[in-house]
Design a protein around this ligand. Structure first.
Ligand code: OSB
Ligand code: MG
Length: 368
């Protein structure tokens, strides 16, 4: 397959409600969409970086330049390419899995479209529906949190994840657990604590949490291993896992007992499948995380989440949880809390032209 052009497009889509984590609050999703034109088909990818380098060191402006100045030129120089070779082709660039993943996923989408094959089937999917959870941002008050949780449970979500940060943790979790004694409940700290906060984690042990996600520094596996050794509750790593090698290290060190896999964080769906394989080999459950993706990224996430090792409900929520009007046809969750995996060729969705026109902030077309 020959890639004839790469189009970068920055889009901004308002969120239905502000999303607050320990590292900040956003009220709109802004991301770089990648469209590749090849001799056989067109493909789409979505970069999961943020406006600022807050969740990871990558950010939209950096991803844009990296693709424009390094990755796309390498792709053009390579001539006839297949998606499976791109990991090696891009290995001259260190790090930057989010930027690499967006371009790689776009090429894979084009390749699979030309073969008439769905991404889920290519990855080796075992099911056509996946169980959905929802990630609930930090709210101004406990009452507001309880109201949001009630709403999501009424919609059918099978697992509730609460964002926590110092000062908005134990009491919030206690209130939600008291209101809902039997639901699958987890928390995500986005790296906001240190080992000095052991008392807080000990206090959280009373609430039968499914897991505590990324409690400590994003680069500190050793500290996570020390914390996990002192807790009955399973730790899950998100930010700390940027590659299959990170997953192998975390598991062997005992830094977590569950892995959150975000395809966009680890360099695209092919790398994500490798992370899945590492965890599965070690008997470690995984689930599919999210980065508030538009329908393009959501389609990729759902295909990944349909692999056999994804035994826990993911942050694969419905379009309506994020946007009044998604960029693609909306992803809808059934009342039983499951969502269908796209089955059309490639990632199975395309952004609507009218929505692209309304949300585009910048476009650049790259050619050899
Ligand atoms: O840590 O999982 C996270 C959103 C943006 C950045 C980081 C995270 C999240 C979420 C929401 O928790 C996941 C989603 O619904 O897409
Ligand atoms: Mg997380």
């Amino acid at each position: 397959m020959i890639v004839r052009a790469v189009e970068l497009r920055l889009v901004g889509v308002p969120l239905v409600r502000p999303f607050r984590t320990s590292f900040g609050e956003v009220n709109r999703k802004e991301c770089v969409l990648v469209r590749v034109e090849t001799d056989v088909a067109e493909g789409w990818g979505e970069c999961v970086a943020d406006i600022e380098p807050d969740f990871s060191g990558e950010f939209n402006g950096g991803a844009w330049i990296l693709i424009r100045d390094f990755l796309a030129p390498a792709l053009f120089r390579a001539g006839d390419v297949a998606a499976a070779q791109l990991g090696d082709l891009f290995s001259f660039v260190r790090g930057n899995p989010m930027a690499k993943g967006a371009l790689l996923d776009a090429v894979l989408d084009a390749e699979l479209k030309s073969e008439g094959r769905s991404l889920a089937s290519y990855l080796g999917s075992e099911r056509d529906r996946v169980p959905c959870g929802v990630s609930v941002g930090i709210t101004p008050s406990t009452e507001e949190l309880l109201a949001q949780v009630d709403g999501y449970l009424a919609e059918g979500y099978q697992r509730i994840k609460l964002k926590i940060a110092p000062g908005v943790d134990v009491e919030r979790v206690a209130a939600v657990r008291a209101a809902h004694p039997d639901i699958l409940l987890s928390v995500d700290a986005n790296a906001a604590y240190t080992l000095a906060d052991l008392d807080i984690f000990k206090a959280l042990e009373d609430f039968n949490l499914l897991m505590i996600e990324q409690p400590l520094h994003y680069e500190d596996m050793l500290q996570h291993a020390k914390l996990q050794a002192q807790l009955g509750t399973d730790l899950c790593l998100d930010e700390s896992i940027r590659s299959p090698a990170d997953a192998a290290a975390a598991i062997e060190l005992g830094a977590c007992r569950i892995v959150n896999i975000k395809q966009g964080r680890v360099g695209g769906v092919l790398e994500a499948r490798r992370v899945h394989d590492v965890a599965r080999e070690a008997g470690v459950p995984v689930w599919c995380g999210g980065m508030l993706e538009t329908g393009v990224g959501r389609a990729l996430n759902l295909a990944l989440a349909s692999l056999v090792g994804f035994t826990l409900p993911g942050d694969t929520s419905a379009s309506a949880r994020y946007f009044t009007d998604d960029l693609t046809e909306p992803f809808v969750m059934a009342p039983d809390g499951t969502m269908g995996v796209p089955s059309r060729p490639g990632i199975g969705v395309e952004p609507r032209l009218d929505r692209l026109a309304e949300t585009t902030l910048a476009v650049e077309r790259l050619q050899p």
